[in-house]
Design a protein around this ligand. Sequence first.
Ligand code: 17E
Ligand code: FE2
Length: 411
Amino acid sequence: MKIINATLRKTPGLHTITCEGAQISAITLQSAHIPAQAGDIDARGQLLIAPFVEPHIHLDAALTAGQPEWNLSGTLFEGIERWAQRKETITHEDTKLRAHATIRMLAEHGIQHVRTHVDVTDPTLAALRAIIEVRDEARHLIDLQIVAFPQEGIESYAGGRELMTLAVELGADVVGGIPHFENTREQGVSSIKFLMDLAERTGCLVDVHCDETDDPHSRFLEVLAEEARVRGMGSRVTASHTTAMGSYDNAYCSKLFRLLKASKINFVSCPTESIHLQGRFDTFPKRRGVTRVAEIDRAGMNVCFGQDSIKDPWYPLGNGNILRVLDAGLHICHMMGFEDLARSLDLVTDNSARTLNLGEGYGIAVGRPANLVVLDAESDYEAVRRQAKARVSIRAGKVLMTRVPEQVEFS
Ligand code: 17E
Ligand code: FE2
């Protein structure tokens, strides 16, 4: 299969990408626009990108908003309470149906790599068992990484440590945590030591919900980063949310950044979710409740954007379109200078792939998997401005999905 007349990010000219079997076998620069032969996919000068990546979502809770009650305060904590109510009624089938429906929404938007957190603070681990099956069943659409996520705490929840260990034995790929939600600061710290030990022992990656609060005294990020640095695990570790960093004073943050850089950990921000859940205890002026995305990026560290929720107890909107989150994130994080817009897709492609440790399994290069998306735009700038849709999604060298862009006719 050939994709012709493709614009590649950060590379001038039109290109032909040839796929053999499930791999990219050649990338050639064209001297001019070429006509399509039967069987070719004509990108018509538009962007051909490696698939979008969703680095942070909660598939087990997706599509449950309002069941049985709506989150009326809009806080993280009421979200956790509402979810605890819904969690009592989840079943294997209900979880699988909602997860599959949500994965389809992601795939429709050109996403082929997903990391989902799954709540393991449930003695039956029902959601985890269901999502492990979904990981196999949905392989034709996406690659799925599963995080063992202790929503109600590792130390503060009865049997929390045992449930985390069992989740990894059952097949979770990534170890999670929620230190800011543990009952005490000491438990927050010990939860991080525990989860880092578990990951180091089992070879799992790490992705911690870390300091998801406006409390400027929530300082678990330094603990996570130091554990990662000392163990040499930084590139395998991710700090998600870190919204408290938006409230840290600059003197502390400048010291913290030295450690963060030395640790080499990754960051995920979920700007639509954070602007909704945070700032809830402020009057005016009201904080944005989002981590320092531009500053992390400028310091040379790896940061990406995720959706976090689709219609769940924490966040009622969302539709699978990661460009919606990119658009909002660029606004919220003051990243609309031309240079940021011109490379904005980094935040939802390459940077996220690095967070997920996809390595040679991702990217447009000879020998890599033929997973490719033609976007309905010619540049990063236009893709985010126009909320460009995926026109064609190719997976393992086969067309997975095509979309005919909408046509508007004035009379
Ligand atoms: N759980 C949590 O602790 N934080 C979130 N943002 C979501 C679930 C969606
Ligand atoms: Fe989350």
